[in-house]
Design a protein around this ligand. Structure first.
Ligand code: NAP
Ligand code: G4F
Length: 327
């Protein structure tokens, strides 16, 4: 039985990955932070097979202890301050968790003698590309595209990406960086634009609210389904050699297009009367367009996303209609 240690077990991807690894027969350990984490009960209820270990990515000694307890074959480092807008408000903490956290984990793996035995996955992001050095406008960003991060989050993730590569090159570690474009779904946090929209749409349908306040509606994103993307993470760690891969859909859509489909789902053709713009949700610097090229992952890993853009919006709205009508 293989053993996996997941950081970020309370997050969106942590939940999808726990389900996948359980189906594959793994013994699963999850790192949970804080003295009284309110999400602990949800994880214990939904994933009773996950063994929780108290630790924090900013505290290397706690990571050493977690590795000594779990003795994992695979470590999935999904923990991060992951909200781009928030990273402008708390840039130093973002660097400590999102940038230095992966270094702490890599060092903890070495200190516990795992550098030749433990496989390490780093949750890298399309935010590292940023959108300014957009050098492949037709095909999208691939593994060779230029980086130009536009937020403290993107900069922290770029450090984590390079330190992961550096540990692979310096110590021969099986350390991979998965450069994932936006992935969403029923587990997505309400602070991200897609889930904020689908949850508001459900509440508008049920008469629980009458409008939604959003920031910049012009940016385009390459949105896929999180369940498909955790399959790609797992595949990266099953290869003979460590390497970096982009996971994306190869399509990009505006927030307006997402609003079109989400409101259509509840029978509303024109969302404009229901959407107000609020500068509070604007960012000091924006990533205008993200489009990914997953050719390498498709060829080498045999990875292919299954849920398309309309299917993604539909499943999120339907989930939120059910959730909100139960309250
Ligand atoms: P998420 O839902 O925001 O989850 C983030 C997780 O990190 C939570 O479990 C959180 O725990 C944990 N965390 C925060 N601070 C921590 C700390 N100091 N020590 C240990 N854990 C900590 O993120 P996600 O959407 O699942 O994304 C998973 C990873 O992929 C993240 O690293 C994200 O940056 C990256 N990524 C995401 C996407 C995407 O579109 N979803 C795309 C590319 C890359 P608490 O619940 O205790 O706060
Ligand atoms: O949903 P978002 O907050 O996601 P963003 O910034 O693209 O970041 C997500 O994807 C990254 C991968 O590219 C991950 F690495 C990262 O961890 C995270 O999961 O915002 C998407 C777009 C932005 O352009 C934002 O300015 O939506 C715009 N937006 C407009 N109004 C809003 C809002 N975003 C949020 N969160 N809330 C709004 O009200």
């Amino acid at each position: 039985m293989k053993k996996a240690l997941i950081t970020g077990i309370t997050g969106q991807d942590g939940g999808h990955l726990a389900k996948l690894l359980d189906e594959k027969g793994y013994e699963i350990y999850g790192i949970i932070r804080g003295q009284q984490n309110p999400k602990r009960r949800d994880v214990e209820e939904e994933f009773p097979y996950v063994k929780l270990i108290e630790a924090d990515l900013t505290d290397m000694s706690s990571l050493v202890r977690a590795l000594q307890i779990a003795k994992p074959d695979e470590v999935y480092n999904l923990g991060a301050i992951s909200h781009v807008g928030y990273s402008f408000k708390d840039p130093q903490l973002t660097f400590d968790v999102t940038g230095k956290g992966p270094l702490n984990m890599l060092e903890a793996i070495r200190l516990t003698g795992g550098e030749k035995t433990v496989k390490f996955y780093q949750a890298s992001t399309s935010e590292m590309f940023g959108g300014l050095d957009y050098n492949r406008p037709d095909k999208g960003y691939n593994e060779d595209a230029l980086f130009h991060p536009r937020s403290p989050y993107g900069v922290a993730k770029l450090y984590a990406h390079w330190i992961t590569k550096n540990y692979r090159e310096s110590y021969g570690m099986f350390a991979v960086s998965g450069i994932l474009f936006n992935h969403e779904g029923e587990r997505r946090g309400l602070e991200f634009v897609t889930r904020k929209i689908t949850n508001a749409v459900a509440r508008i349908k049920l008469g629980l609210q009458d409008h939604i306040e959003l920031g910049n509606l012009d940016p385009k994103r390459d949105w896929g389904y999180a369940g498909d993307y955790v399959r790609g993470m797992w595949l990266m760690l099953q290869q003979d050699k460590p390497d970096d891969y982009v996971l994306a859909t190869g399509e990009t859509h505006t927030i307006g297009e997402f609003l079109d489909l989400a409101f259509n789902e509840i029978g509303i053709d024109d969302w404009r009367p229901y959407v107000k713009q609020n500068p509070a949700f604007m960012r000091p610097a924006e990533v205008d367009i993200l489009l990914g090229d997953p050719t390498k992952a498709e060829k080498v890993l045999g990875w292919k996303r299954e849920v398309d853009f309309p299917g993604l919006v539909k499943l999120m709205v339907q989930h939120d209609l059910e959730l909100e009508s139960r309250k």
